[in-house]
Design a protein around this ligand. Structure first.
Ligand code: ATP
Ligand code: MG
Length: 561
C-alpha cells in the first residue's frame, strides 16, 4: 500500500491520493511515458517524463517506457536510441520495462476480433474522403456508413482478409461502431485499423494493417496494467473513446488524466517543425544547441538538474499557457552559478604589453575556482609580460559611464595586478593593435597598499600560455515570441532569427581549458557559461555559449502580473 502523504501537491496527485484512499488498483501506482519514435525528445517531453517518472518515484510505483510505434512510415531506430539516451541523461530509469506498442500487434488484433464479435466494430469500404464527409461536423450529425450493418461473421472474414493482404491500401478500414450522431466527433465510428503496406522498424513486413493511436494506446495501457495514463490536454475529447473501448472489452481500466502541455516562447515544439528545421539544414541537426530538444540542450550545456528544477517549478496545470524562455534560462544559470568552475577566456583578443614587467619570467597567480563553492578549490593561472584582454574592455575616448581601460586609466586585472594604460598603438587604418601598460607590483592579487581605487576589474589571459579556441555564441532561434503562429500564406520559418549564431573563432583561453572534455561546462568570467563541444579538436577547443550571465528573468519577473 502506498502512502498518500506527499510533499508535492497538484491535481494529478489529488486524483492518485483519492484512488489510493479508495483502495483502487490494490494500492499500485503505475505510469508510462509513451513517446512516438518519430523525432528527438524536446523540453516539453521532459515535462511529461518528470511527471510520469516523478509520480512513480514519489509513490514507490513504476513507470514504463513504451514506444508508441503504430505509424511505420515515420518511425526509426535512430529515434528510439536517442529517446532512451535522453531519458537516461535526465536521470530516470525504466529498468527492464522497455515496451513497444508493436509488441502488442497480435494481442490488439485479437481484441479487435473480440469487439467485432460483440457487434461493436465493422469493416467499412468508404474511402478516407467519404469517411470524412459522412462524419458530419460539430453542428451537424454524421451519417451511418452503408457498411455499418455487416454481420459479425462477414466482418471477421473481411478483417482477416485485410490482415492477409487481400485488399489494396486504403480500400477498407476497421471502425468502432458507436454513434454517428454523438456530439463528440471522436465517437462517430472512429477508425481502428487501416491497410498500409509499409515496412515497420520492428515488425518488418509482417503486418499490412496498422492500428490507430486511439485504438492502440488505451489497450496498450491496459495490457501493461497502467493505473494512471497521463497525457496532454488535446486528448481530453478522446477520453470517452478511451473508456468506451476498455468498457466494451471488459479489461483492466487505467484512468486517463490530461494536463497542459508545455509551450515556451521563442521556439517551436512540434516535431514536424523541428524535423523540417533539420531536413532543410536550417540547424546543424536535432542536437543543434539552438534546438529545444534535450540533445540540443545537452550540447548547449543545460544540465539535467536545471531542467528538472524548471519542470518542478512550472508545475502541472490544467490550462494551456506559454512559459517564458527566460524562466528556463534562470534555472540553468542558477545551477551553473553554483556548479560551473570559473575560468578566464578572451573572446575578442587585444594584445597588452606590460612595459615594466620583466621579460621571460612568468609567474603563477592564485585563482579561485568558484566563489559559490568552496570545495571547488583554487588553481594557478600564468601571468606574463604580454597578455590578451577583451577588445571592448578598452576605449580610446571613453564616454562618461565607461569605467574600464582607457589611456591614462588604471584597472585591476582579475587575480593579478593594477595596470595603467600608457599608450595605444594603431595600424595604418587606425585600428588599435596593441596597448602599452605599466603594472604596480604592490597590488598583486588585491588592493593597492596606498588605498587608491580602480573602478573595474577585467579578465585576461597570458599570451604565451593561451590556447586558441572557438566560441559559438547563440541567440534565440526565432525572432518572435510565438513562431508557430503565422498568417495564412506565411511560414513559421519566416520567423527564424537570422543572427542566432555568431562565431568568435580567435578566442584566447587560459591553459587549464586544454583539458576540457566535450560536455564540460565553465563560467568564462564576465562573459557567460560555456560548454565544450564534441567538435573540439586537440589544440582547438570549441565552446558553446550556454547562457550569458545576465538573468533576464529577474528583470521580467517584476513586469509579470
Ligand atoms: P507530435 O508532435 O507528433 O504530436 P507529441 O509531441 O505528442 O507528438 P509524443 O512522442 O507522442 O509526441 O509524446 C510523448 C509524450 O510526451 C506524450 O504523452 C505527450 O503528451 C507528451 N508531450 C509531448 N509534447 C509535450 C509538451 N509540449 N508538454 C508536455 N508533454 C508533452
Ligand atoms: Mg503524440
Amino acid at each position: 500500500m502506498n502512502s498518500i502523504t506527499q510533499d508535492k501537491s497538484d491535481f494529478i496527485r489529488d486524483i492518485i491520493n483519492s484512488d489510493l484512499l479508495e483502495g483502487k488498483n490494490d494500492g499500485r501506482v503505475k505510469t508510462r511515458f509513451p513517446p512516438e519514435p518519430n523525432g528527438y525528445l524536446h523540453i516539453g517531453h521532459a515535462k511529461a517524463i518528470c511527471i510520469n517518472f516523478g509520480l512513480a518515484l514519489d509513490y514507490k510505483g513504476t513507470c514504463n517506457l513504451r514506444f508508441d510505434d503504430t505509424n511505420p512510415v515515420k518511425e526509426e531506430f535512430e529515434y528510439v536510441d536517442s529517446i532512451k539516451q535522453d531519458i537516461k541523461w535526465l536521470g530516470f530509469d525504466w529498468q527492464d520495462r522497455e515496451f513497444y506498442a508493436s509488441d502488442y500487434f497480435e494481442r490488439l488484433y485479437e481484441l479487435a476480433v473480440a469487439l467485432i464479435k460483440k457487434g461493436k466494430a465493422y469493416v467499412c469500404d468508404l474511402s478516407a474522403d467519404e469517411i470524412r464527409q459522412y462524419r458530419g461536423t460539430l453542428t451537424n450529425p454524421g451519417k451511418d456508413s452503408p457498411y455499418r450493418n455487416r454481420d459479425a461473421e462477414e466482418n471477421i472474414r473481411l478483417f482477416e482478409g485485410m490482415r492477409n493482404g487481400d485488399y489494396p491500401d486504403g480500400s477498407k478500414v476497421l471502425r468502432a461502431k458507436i454513434d454517428m450522431a454523438s456530439p463528440n466527433l471522436n465517437m462517430r465510428d472512429p477508425v481502428m485499423y487501416r491497410i498500409l503496406r509499409a515496412t515497420h522498424h520492428r515488425t518488418g513486413d509482417k503486418w499490412c494493417i496498422y492500428p490507430t493511436y486511439d485504438w492502440a494506446h488505451g489497450q496498450s495501457d491496459s495490457i501493461e496494467k497502467i493505473t494512471h495514463s497521463i497525457c496532454t490536454l488535446e486528448f481530453q475529447d478522446h477520453r470517452p473513446l478511451y473508456d468506451w473501448f476498455i468498457e466494451q472489452l471488459d479489461i483492466h481500466h487505467p484512468q486517463q488524466i490530461e494536463f497542459a502541455r508545455l509551450n515556451l516562447t521563442y521556439t517551436v515544439m512540434s516535431k514536424r517543425m523541428l524535423l523540417e528545421l533539420v531536413e532543410k539544414k536550417i540547424v546543424s541537426g536535432w542536437d543543434d544547441p539552438r534546438m529545444p530538444t534535450l540533445s540540443g540542450m545537452r550540447r548547449r550545456g543545460y544540465t539535467p538538474q536545471a531542467i528538472k528544477n524548471f519542470c518542478q517549478e512550472i508545475g502541472i496545470a490544467k490550462a494551456d499557457s506559454t512559459v517564458d524562455m527566460a524562466f528556463l534560462e534562470h534555472f540553468i544559470r542558477e545551477d551553473l552559478n553554483r556548479n560551473a568552475p570559473r575560468v578566464m577566456a578572451v573572446l575578442n583578443p587585444l594584445k597588452v604589453i606590460i612595459d615594466n614587467y620583466p621579460e621571460g619570467c612568468p609567474e603563477e597567480l592564485d585563482a579561485i575556482n568558484n566563489p559559490e563553492d568552496p570545495a571547488a578549490g583554487r588553481r594557478k593561472v600564468p601571468f606574463s609580460k604580454i597578455l590578451y584582454i577583451e577588445k571592448d574592455d578598452f576605449m580610446e575616448n571613453p564616454p562618461d559611464k565607461f569605467y574600464r581601460l582607457a589611456p591614462g586609466r588604471e584597472v585591476r586585472l582579475r587575480y593579478a595586478y593594477f595596470i595603467k594604460c600608457e599608450s595605444a598603438i594603431k595600424d595604418s587604418k587606425g585600428n588599435i593593435t596593441e596597448l602599452h601598460c605599466t603594472y604596480d607590483p604592490a597590488t598583486k592579487g588585491g588592493d593597492a597598499p596606498d588605498g587608491r581605487k580602480v573602478k573595474s576589474t577585467i579578465h585576461w589571459v597570458s599570451a604565451s600560455h593561451a590556447i586558441a579556441g572557438e566560441a559559438r555564441l547563440y541567440d534565440k532561434l526565432f525572432a518572435v515570441e510565438n513562431p508557430a503562429k503565422v498568417q495564412s500564406g506565411a511560414d513559421f520559418k519566416d520567423n527564424i532569427n537570422p543572427s542566432s549564431l555568431n562565431i568568435a573563432d580567435n578566442c584566447m583561453l587560459e591553459p587549464s581549458l586544454a583539458a576540457a572534455k566535450p560536455g564540460d561546462i565553465f563560467q568564462f568570467e564576465r562573459l557567460g557559461y560555456f560548454c565544450a563541444d564534441p567538435d573540439s579538436r586537440a589544440g582547438k577547443p570549441v565552446f558553446n555559449r550556454t547562457a550569458t550571465l545576465k538573468d533576464e528573468w529577474t528583470r521580467l519577473k517584476g513586469k509579470i502580473k
